[in-house]
Design a protein around this ligand. Structure first.
Ligand code: FAD
Length: 465
């Protein structure tokens, strides 16, 4: 039974009281001491203000919270880290999964089974001593479950595909309060939908996925002065169409703030950041990168042999919470005119208040699909574009429009869709692009499965489409 709310508040809100009576993890209501901490998100632009938050300590807690929400006519949302959160209001209960932190590595089967509160860096660190690697994203403080349900495209994605392609089993609480073990053979429709269809179908309590025998990668980033960006980016475009599947790469125009924590060479500058990762024992990663190294002199070049557990250093994404707004789109192709348009729009001449605008090369294993088919969309795209701005004064009001103008500029080459994980939502960006990434048949199948497992829309607030 929860006690924290009783300790901190003599007047018990009845919902929190009921939730506390049904569960073992801490329950907090607005105004009680633990509330703000338990609803805080990495993306500080997301303000969760649920009627109550449960820090779930077990799958049984999650099931009880779902039952409590359903009985009270409330919706239910879930947060692990808040890297991709959409705000919840007083009509919902929020489940914080941080206590569901178990990690079991099976080195013989080459699998990991982790609780819903686990972040990628924890899996990397647990798998590395066995010479095994997990398909995390660029930022390793992101949560495993939220990332994987949205597909999950990481620094070695062209070699091994989406994280969702390698899921073996999911333990999930559905809207009827049942805890289900979902796999290729058990509830196959739900298994298909959860892997790429996001959080619309239930609350995942545990997930099992494949690991890969990778100890080291030849990987890192090269930062170029923006004056060199046209030459490097056009060169990258030519090169990226010829690379083998063992190479994954992306490029980003980054506006670094003048902060003392940053390397002096990058502080306050607009640069082109070229990211590179090579996974293979037979090819030479340095040789494959050589044509790009010859294009211009980088300000900083970090590409070298690294432990896979340090894969987060390739993109070097921010690790401190910030109020971000994001937009994304999938690109069918990237002709030379698209590169010129991209640089003119997101470079200094465009004058847009952006933190970053990146293009990731897709193709390779991403295009092939999973052994057990899943709902991941966008496999037909050649590139994914992603832009981020900070929703802070004095630019907060203009950032959403600036992000929209990046998408408008690149629309001629867009597929109309976007990867779910990059679509954003903190500033209320529409989910149309997420929906558009699926074909009509997949959209229909997803809606049918959602109607079947969540007929009253209990999880509607968490769904991104
Ligand atoms: C700095 C940064 C870098 C990123 N890099 C990448 C990248 O390289 N590749 C990529 O694909 N994505 C990337 N993302 C996007 C990220 O994968 C998504 O935002 C993802 O949803 C975050 O999951 P989370 O659990 O950490 O965040 P949360 O905000 O806690 O959760 C995000 C959403 O996932 C759902 N969710 C979380 N836990 C559960 C659960 N137990 N059951 C059901 N639903 C759940 C919820 O709907 C929630 O709203 C990045 C995001 C950031 C901020």
């Amino acid at each position: 039974m929860s006690t924290s709310i009783e300790e901190s508040s003599p007047v018990l809100p009845s919902l929190a009281e009921r939730l506390g009576a049904a569960t073992a993890g801490p329950v907090h209501a607005p105004g009680d001491g633990g509330f703000d901490l338990s609803v805080a998100s990495f993306n500080t632009a997301t303000a969760h203000r649920p009627a109550a938050v449960l820090v779930a300590s077990s799958a049984a807690d999650v099931a009880a919270a779902v039952g409590t929400a359903a009985a009270a006519g409330l919706s239910i949302a879930v947060q692990a880290t808040g890297h991709g959160a959409a705000a919840t209001g007083p009509g919902s209960i929020l489940i914080n999964t941080r206590l569901l932190d178990s990690i079991v590595i099976d080195p013989h089967a080459r699998t990991a089974t982790v609780g819903a509160g686990v972040r990628w860096q924890q899996v990397l660190d647990a798998a590395s001593p066995h010479g095994l690697a997990a398909l995390c994203g660029s930022a390793t403080e992101v949560g495993v479950v939220g990332y994987t349900l949205g597909g999950g495209i990481g620094p070695v994605a062209r070699t091994h595909g989406f994280a969702a392609d390698h899921v073996i089993e999911i333990e999930v609480v559905t809207a009827d309060g049942q805890l289900r073990r979902v796999s290729e053979t058990s509830e196959p429709d739900l298994f298909w939908a959860l892997r790429g269809g996001g959080a619309a179908f239930g609350i995942v309590t545990q997930i099992t996925f494949r690991l890969f025998p990778i100890q080291t990668v030849y990987a890192g980033g090269m930062f170029f002065d923006f004056l060199d960006a046209p030459r490097v980016l056009h060169g990258w475009r030519d090169w990226v169409h010829r690379i083998p599947e063992s190479v994954s790469s992306s490029v980003a125009v980054v506006n670094f703030p003048p902060l003392p924590v940053l390397p002096e060479a990058l502080r306050g500058r607009t640069v082109l950041h070229l990211r590179y990762a090579h996974v293979s024992e037979t090819e030479d990663g340095e040789e494959l990168l050589a044509p790009l190294r010859a294009l211009a002199e980088p300000i900083i070049d970090t590409v070298t042999e690294i432990m896979y557990a340090d894969v987060g250093s390739i993109h070097a994404d921010p690790t401190d919470p910030m109020p971000g707004a994001e937009r994304s789109m999938l690109l069918r192709r990237l002709p030379a005119e698209a590169i010129d348009e991209f640089l003119a729009t997101v470079g200094p001449a465009g004058g847009l208040p952006l933190v970053l605008a990146e293009i990731r090369a897709m193709g390779g294993a991403l295009a092939r699909g999973a052994e057990v088919p899943n709902a991941v969309a966008g496999r037909d795209a050649a590139f994914s574009l992603f832009a981020v701005g900070v929703l802070a004064p004095p630019i907060a009001d203009v950032v959403p429009g600036a992000l929209d103008s990046v998408l408008s500029a690149m629309e001629p080459w867009g597929t109309g869709g976007a990867l779910m994980n990059f679509a954003g939502g903190a500033d209320g960006a529409p989910a149309d692009r997420v929906r558009a990434a699926w074909g009509p048949q997949e959209r229909r199948r997803l809606s049918e499965i959602r109607d079947r497992f969540d007929p009253n829309g209990l999880f509607a607030a968490a769904a991104r489409w």
